[in-house]
Write a protein that binds this ligand. Structure first.
Ligand SMILES: *[C@@H]1O[C@H](CO)[C@@H](O)[C@H](O)[C@H]1NC(C)=O
Ligand SMILES: *[C@@H]1O[C@H](CO)[C@@H](O)[C@H](O)[C@H]1NC(C)=O
Ligand SMILES: *[C@@H]1O[C@H](CO)[C@@H](O)[C@H](O)[C@H]1NC(C)=O
Ligand SMILES: *[C@@H]1O[C@H](CO)[C@@H](O)[C@H](O)[C@H]1NC(C)=O
Ligand SMILES: *[C@@H]1O[C@H](CO)[C@@H](O)[C@H](O)[C@H]1NC(C)=O
Ligand SMILES: *[C@@H]1O[C@H](CO)[C@@H](O)[C@H](O)[C@H]1NC(C)=O
Ligand SMILES: *[C@@H]1O[C@H](CO)[C@@H](O)[C@H](O)[C@H]1NC(C)=O
Ligand SMILES: *[C@@H]1O[C@H](CO)[C@@H](O)[C@H](O)[C@H]1NC(C)=O
Ligand SMILES: *[C@@H]1O[C@H](CO)[C@@H](O)[C@H](O)[C@H]1NC(C)=O
Ligand SMILES: *[C@@H]1O[C@H](CO)[C@@H](O)[C@H](O)[C@H]1NC(C)=O
Length: 413
């Protein structure tokens, strides 16, 4: 389907590119597609400081391609399915307005754009030979960043202050990601990277959704608002602290299967727009870091080896309240029972069904307790870790399939 949509575009592109070679030098700087198959092809364009159109690097023979002399690419820069280029660089390009798309490159080991600060979007997938980025000035602007299946050990030089999407996955050597991101309007996804990945967003104050898995530390000291969901699955940290977080507007807060987690603290959090899920963090025996939490728009579900659960300010739960522990939480249950619906003998602060159970050895086996959670307003805790994993895989798979289609069509031309 994708191939059929792209075919006419590629045909048009080929036609225009051919026409352009016979026109004057100024219009030579503006083409639908600039096809680069050698350094000589770049040299031929050096009268243009700005290339207006998409730059597509073909299956050329030169191992080094240097775009120095081209200051702006007003279009995409793509290098796909290539096993020859080892160095791609420029010491003058400051801006690429479209996508900077690198995919399925087994020999690219040096990526050096020392002056580049602004890119429309970054999409780097399956770059198996690259271990370091040389972006000296640093990319400050990019609406979307996808870095998947690379050999990178850090992402230094990708330093946007604001973005729509950041998706960092399957970079098996990645151990450090520090960013001065201030806000993010769609989704931050970090999963399946190096087993010792330390993530730090010292300036992040506002974010929509985030799903974080398999990280060893995650630091968000300035985070104030999550305008979506915040989900932590299978991480390796022992504690998580969001000292400045005050609310999530519509989404959930979830911590599931974080084996070493003992301490979650959000001292200023007053309201969760969606559900609140804590499950199978087997080292966690206390939930006591939510001293100001008053309102939960969905359900509260907790499963674990708890002995003590404290939510001293809680007075408004729109969904169910459902807590099950392997240990004895009868003292905590006695406190929460007062908030149960009037039909269950409480004051009605909890509007959904109230359940609180001690000494259930199977507590940790239910990490997706939606059956009791979806009483009234929220079905939002239903996103299981399996759903997330499946979605991540299908996105990558579609990207690869789509590109295989483009490559196949390109070869037909
Ligand atoms: C990756 O690129 C190589 C050429 O370098 C090609 O043979 C192979 O089919 C490509 N793989 C995919 C999944 O597109
Ligand atoms: C996000 O950050 C940018 C740049 O700092 C700023 O202009 C914008 O207002 C911020 N948006 C939100 C919703 O905070
Ligand atoms: C956050 O995720 C939820 C659930 O997937 C989705 O409905 C919502 O649109 C997302 N918010 C943003 C700002 O992307
Ligand atoms: C990484 O996280 C996923 C959940 O998102 C989990 O299924 C997987 O087991 C984790 N991998 C490791 C090595 O912890
Ligand atoms: C926490 O928020 C307050 C304002 O609400 C701000 O003054 C303070 O600097 C923030 N802390 C951090 C670490 O950003
Ligand atoms: C926050 O999310 C809600 C929907 O969940 C949306 O209506 C609202 O515009 C978002 N706020 C901002 C500042 O984007
Ligand atoms: C939990 O973490 C908070 C914030 O980092 C810290 O102040 C507190 O002492 C920790 N509690 C325990 C029991 O480790
Ligand atoms: C959690 O509880 C289960 C069931 O009682 C037990 O088998 C397991 O060892 C406990 N885990 C920890 C880390 O305490
Ligand atoms: C609970 O977490 C452990 C890792 O600590 C994992 O092996 C197990 O599969 C999880 N249980 C469920 C039901 O997800
Ligand atoms: C380069 O691609 C063209 C079609 O785009 C194809 O005919 C040619 O065989 C390829 N050359 C190499 C060395 O892969």
């Amino acid at each position: 389907m994708l191939s059929k949509q792209i075919l006419p575009v590629l045909v048009a592109a080929a036609g225009l590119a051919t026409a352009a070679t016979t026109t004057t030098s100024s219009s030579a700087c503006k083409q639908t597609t600039f096809t680069i198959n050698s350094q000589a092809d770049i040299t031929d364009l050096l009268s243009c400081t700005t290339l207006t159109g998409d730059v597509v690097i073909g299956n050329q023979t030169d191992t080094t391609l240097d775009f120095t002399g081209i200051d702006v690419i007003d279009g995409d820069l793509s290098l796909l399915n290539n096993n020859l280029v080892s160095t791609l660089k420029s010491s003058s390009t400051t801006k690429i307005t479209g996508a900077f798309h690198l995919q399925n490159l087994t020999t690219l080991s040096t990526l050096a754009f020392t002056e580049l600060t602004s890119v429309g979007s970054i999409n780097w997938v399956s770059l198996t030979a690259i271990d370091v980025l040389t972006f000296t000035a640093g990319i400050k602007t990019a609406s979307s960043i996808v870095v998947s299946d690379t050999f990178l050990s850090n992402l230094d030089g990708l330093d946007v202050v604001s973005a729509e999407t950041i998706n960092i996955n399957n970079n098996r050597r990645l151990v450090s990601y520090t960013s001065s991101l201030g806000n993010l309007t769609d989704l931050l996804n970090i999963n399946a990277n190096g087993l010792n990945l330390e993530v730090s967003f010292p300036e992040l104050t506002w974010i929509a959704n985030m799903t974080i898995s398999n990280v060893s530390s995650f630091s968000v000291p300035a985070l104030q608002i999550v305008n979506g969901s915040m989900r932590f699955d299978s991480n390796f940290f022992t504690s998580f602290n969001a000292p400045n977080l005050t609310s999530t507007s519509s989404g959930d807060i979830s911590f599931v299967s974080n084996a070493e987690l003992t301490n979650i603290t959000m001292p200023l959090l007053t309201s969760i727009g969606g559900g609140f899920l804590i499950a199978n963090n087997t080292a966690q025996d206390k939930v006591n870091g939510f001293g100001k939490l008053k309102t939960v728009g969905g359900a509260i579900n907790m499963r674990g080896n708890f002995t003590d659960i404290e939510l001293p300010s809680l007075n408004d739960v729109k969904g169910a309240f459902d807590i099950v522990s392997t240990g004895d939480i009868s003292a905590s249950c006695a406190t929460f029972k007062k908030l149960a619906p009037s039909s269950q003998g409480g004051n009605g602060d909890i509007q959904g069904k109230y359940t609180c159970e001690s000494n259930n050895a199977e507590a940790n086996s239910d990490t997706n307790p939606t059956s009791t959670a979806t009483s009234s307003s929220s079905s939002s805790t239903s996103t299981s870790s399996n759903d997330n994993a499946a979605a991540g895989i299908s996105v990558n798979f579609m990207a690869v399939l789509g590109l295989a289609g483009v490559a196949a069509i390109a070869q037909m031309l």
